[in-house]
Design a binder for this molecule. Sequence first.
Ligand SMILES: [Zn+2]
Length: 328
Amino acid sequence: MTRTSVIQSGKPLASLSLDLDNEWAYLKTHEDPAWESYPSYLNVVVPRILHALECRSLRITVFVVGQDAALEHNHEALAQLARAGHEIGNHSLRHEPWLHLFSEQDLEQELAEAEQHIQVATGQKPIGFRGPGYSQSVTLLRVLARRGYAYDASSLPSFIGPIARAYYFATGQFSPEQRERLNRLFGSWKDGLRPLKPYRWHFDETSLLEMPVTTFPVFRIPIHLSYVMYLAGFSIALAHIYFNTALWACRLFGVEPSILLHPLDFLGGEDVPRLKFFPSMRMTGEQKIAIVERCLDSMVRLFDVRPVGEHAAVVATRSNLMDVRLND
Ligand SMILES: [Zn+2]
């Protein structure tokens, strides 16, 4: 552990973020045409998220989808997040999980429009980006660096992507064309081999800091809260043992965890009936919030938890930061 990783609290650093995926974004990925009217649960879920964080004096990074920021009925919920001191990141304009297939010009436009809407709704210009479905490409990293981003947080070093893809295939009705497109979702096996700790991408004459979503050290299984929720569907006790073991493994291997939340960690099947196809939606909102809160307590006990931007700012000053060169 480096000296800079231990701040005044005496605990190692960690970060927490939330991808503010809205109801329509899930329906869209699930090829349900109901997404087209942009149904939103932000007014329900944002107060629940804010309450859980405020009780623990936590400030986190919320990655906002530009399309949500573009709609007036979401403005108050988004402004509440910003007013509570949370960092606002960019989670793309239209939540397309195939950003890695976009041209440079299309990416420029996608990011610029998202930034503009997010800035109007929250008063913050994002310095961090997370691609929907952990989508990433050299072109995307280049565009992010050019637009002045301090970090990207789209890497999920895990082999779970192809497994998630199999789940979507099993639960939806897809045409051969849709299957072809879905085949490129959720990353490749190669992504599973990327570093677990933060590192710096180098390309052209520039570079960009990568803050990966932490997975279980060595085993590389996801440890973010939606995975914990999935386990809780079988056994709540087991889910907590799993999460706590993962946090201790991070301490043991000197990994400062960057943990990820989603709105569905705070919503039950009764809150969003159209999303009942997710296994964790068999639980009620109340049950899920209790699980999230216990996990947050575990994190706070072991780590000094910050927004990703603050975590990135400390990491960027370290002389032992790993470099990864991109050539294509
Ligand atoms: Zn998302």
